[in-house]
Ligand binder design. Sequence first.
Ligand SMILES: [Zn+2]
Length: 369
Amino acid sequence: MNERSPALSLIGVKASASRLKSHHYAQPILASKSLSLEAGISGEQKVESVLNRHAFPMNYRVLHDLTLKTSQTFQMDHIFSTLSYSLVLETKNISGKLRFQENPDQLVRIRENGQIDAFECPAAQVRRNCELLQEWYASKNIYLPVYGVVVLAYPKQIVELAPKKTKVLFPSQISSFIRKLPQKPILSEESLHQLALELRDSNEPYIPRPICLAYDIPKSDIMTGVRCSSCDFLGMEKVLRGWHCLKCEHRDRFAHIQTMMEWFLIMGDTMTNKDCREFLHVDMKTATRILQSIDLIGSGGKRNRTYQINFSKLLKDGFFIANGFNSSRTGLGAQAFQRPAALLFPLIIRPAIISTNRRMKEPALRMMS
Ligand SMILES: [Zn+2]
């Protein structure tokens, strides 16, 4: 299972955990998954902010969290492209003592208590991504050198054994590393710009499998009901033009949108009117209206009509922004997350962002805020 595109995965994991009884057997698995996703996201954000804030002394473009398809699908945390090369940065946030072992390639982590864990080797991962990016470029008749580095997001990560073929950096070393890379322009400024646009437009964000399928959890274990964005209560009541929370009296016009998204992240790929009724606690007519009001793909006749969601399209269209998902009002409820839910949604509304050197940086930065 591909574990990338962590923000949607994280929302699914947290939403499902909050809809399971606290002693449910899947809770510990979901909790540890949630921690590792959060660590990954935090590491990527750290490197992203270094790349976005720094003004490098050359013409360049930066893209984040990009998934491309060539002979296989591959995901890159960050790509830094200049007229002379592309640099792929693979970010890791795994605390403890790290050993990058070869033959076979493996990252071994030794915790303070002596516990040993093994991970896929990020050095091997970034080397493979470089080859695949070169393959993707070649298919577009672009011949640009591609370099790769592993970035350890936080200095609490101690490298006991570094990989032989791949450079490992901390964020503070990124800019000096980039300044030392050879500058022999291959692209024109215009073609670098076109390349960045093409990379962005070719991005196919990874959509996680519904949690019940991925973790083999019976759907009947999942608690239903529309979630209150203010107090996290499940089971808001449908009132005229919105939803009413029986617990905190909060009113919300759009609470169903969040809950519909949760259904697709947790329960399955295909929703029926009955699924909608049961999950949102509404009658058939309301369910029909809701199913038609959201940008879903309907198929089948009137009787057995089913609906699918196109998360990639919704992300690209800015659906989540349009529906207020970047306001503090929405999210999965602050209590379930022990931090403002608003922090979660900007992660999934973020497209692969292009930032460039200072002259052209403004619009890209504004997109992020
Ligand atoms: Zn409430």
